[in-house]
Structure formats: C-alpha cells, structure tokens
Design a protein around this ligand. Sequence first.
Ligand code: SAM
Length: 266
Amino acid sequence: MESEDFETLKRVIEKTLRIKCQNYKEAYIRRRLLSRMRSTGAETYEAYLRYLREHPAEFELLRNALTINVTEFFRDPEVFEIIRSDLLPAILKDRGRVRLWCAGCSSGEEAYTLAILLTETLGMTGTRNAMIYATDIDEVVLGRAREGVYEEKALQKVPEALVRKHFIRREDGNYEVRPHLRSMVRFSRHDLMTDQPIVRFLDLISCRNVTIYFTEGQKNDLARLFHGALSPGGYYVMGKTEYLAREVEHLFCTHNSIQKVFVRSA
Ligand SMILES: C[S@@+](CC[C@H](N)C(=O)[O-])C[C@H]1O[C@@H](n2cnc3c(N)ncnc32)[C@H](O)[C@@H]1O
C-alpha cells in the first residue's frame, strides 16, 4: 500500500510539476517528500496525497523541496577567478565573441556573476558580443532571476566596487541588477534531463551544484549532452563536489581538477 501511494505521488509530481522522478535517486525523492510531510503533519504518503489535493498551494512548496535552489553571487570565488583570469581571455582570443550557458541557474545569481565578469573583461561596449543563456527547470526561481532584485545579504561576496558599478540600491534597501547586466542574460525554462540544448557551439557551460541528486546514468547523459553543445575547446565548469564518471571522462580534458574545470576534447 505504502509503495503504491509512493508511486501515485511520483505520478502526481510528474504530471503537475513536470519533474521526472525516475531520473533522481529514489532515496533523494523520499527524503524530500519526508521533509514536506513533516512540515504538513502528514504521517503517510496517502495522507500527504490527500493534503496536496486539499491544499494546492503545497505544490509550490513541494517543488521547492525537490529542486533545492540554494545559490549566491560568486559562490566558490576561486572558480570565478579562473573564469575571469584564464577562460574568458582564452575564449576571446580565439573567437572574439562569447556564448555561455548557465545551466541550473536558480534565481540568477550565478548568471549575473558571469555577466559581471564579462563586463569587467570586455568593458561596457564590448558586451554586445556576449550572451549568457541561463536556464532552470523551476519557473518560480526563473521569475526571481528575471526580476533581478536581491537582498543586501545576497551580495556579501561581491566586492564593494562591483556592487556600486553593477547594482542600483533601491529605496527598500534591496539591490537591483543594472540594465547592462540584464541585457546580457536570457533566462528560460529548460529541463536538463529531457530537453535538447537550447544553443550549440557554446564557449562555456557552467552547470554547478545541479547534478548531485541525479542518477549516475543521468549524469553521464548530461556530460554527453554538454559535449555536443560545446564548441571544440569549449569549457565545462562543474560544482566542486561533482565529478565526471569513467564512462564520459574521455569526452573532456582537465583544465583544473580542484575547481572542476574541463575542456571539450575534439
Ligand atoms: C542548488 S541550485 C544551484 C544553482 C547554481 N548553479 C549554483 O551553483 O549556485 C540547483 C538548481 O538546479 C535546478 N535543477 C534541478 N534539476 C534540474 C533539471 N532537471 N533541469 C534544470 N535544472 C534543474 C534547480 O531548480 C535549482 O535551481
């Protein structure tokens, strides 16, 4: 009975939230469900199903629990330093234009961090040759990303001078990204497990802290998808705790093993 209710719940999640459960580790789905069940007082999957039916607003909270959107500007500053000092200059020297994909961008902090680095490298006028495609499965966080308004504490790792240059301080004390950053980033919904890349011949894909809950097979498929979407010599930047499995290692060479920066093999 319990496992039947779990299966029903997964079907409801797939249909209503458009999240494909079979691509996530089962223990992960169970853990996330349990956390929502605790918060709603539901003691069984059946009770939680009933709760969902009676409280449709719970669907959004469940989505948040399943997609975990934690992020920040300049998360792991060392990797952004490598992007600024090594990767962007190399890309610009080779091609004169830059196309980046920030995959699993959550509420936009990572994509705007990349936009800040591009502006610092190219200058305000040079950014017309730069485009950042930023995608996520979760429309709610994408809405926040498009809005581009952040609390002061979200900017803790952004150096003061960059805050002044790239954000507008609003009367309510929050900070809004300036139009030159906005115009460089295009946000859209994209499921890394089921959708084709939205663009190809990319110079860099940053997909950080997204695949930790994916199955091994799904991670490998994603590495293949990124390989196909990058230009030869393009960069794949992963999260610090993520890794390339043996099955897909040959698709990339290592640029920095600690910061998990890889280069597409030809
Ligand atoms: C922990 S956040 C990471 C945000 C950012 N990349 C960072 O490192 O700070 C993970 C994001 O991946 C997104 N995500 C999870 N599964 C996804 C999928 N199948 N396709 C696209 N995005 C997904 C979540 O919605 C969430 O916003």
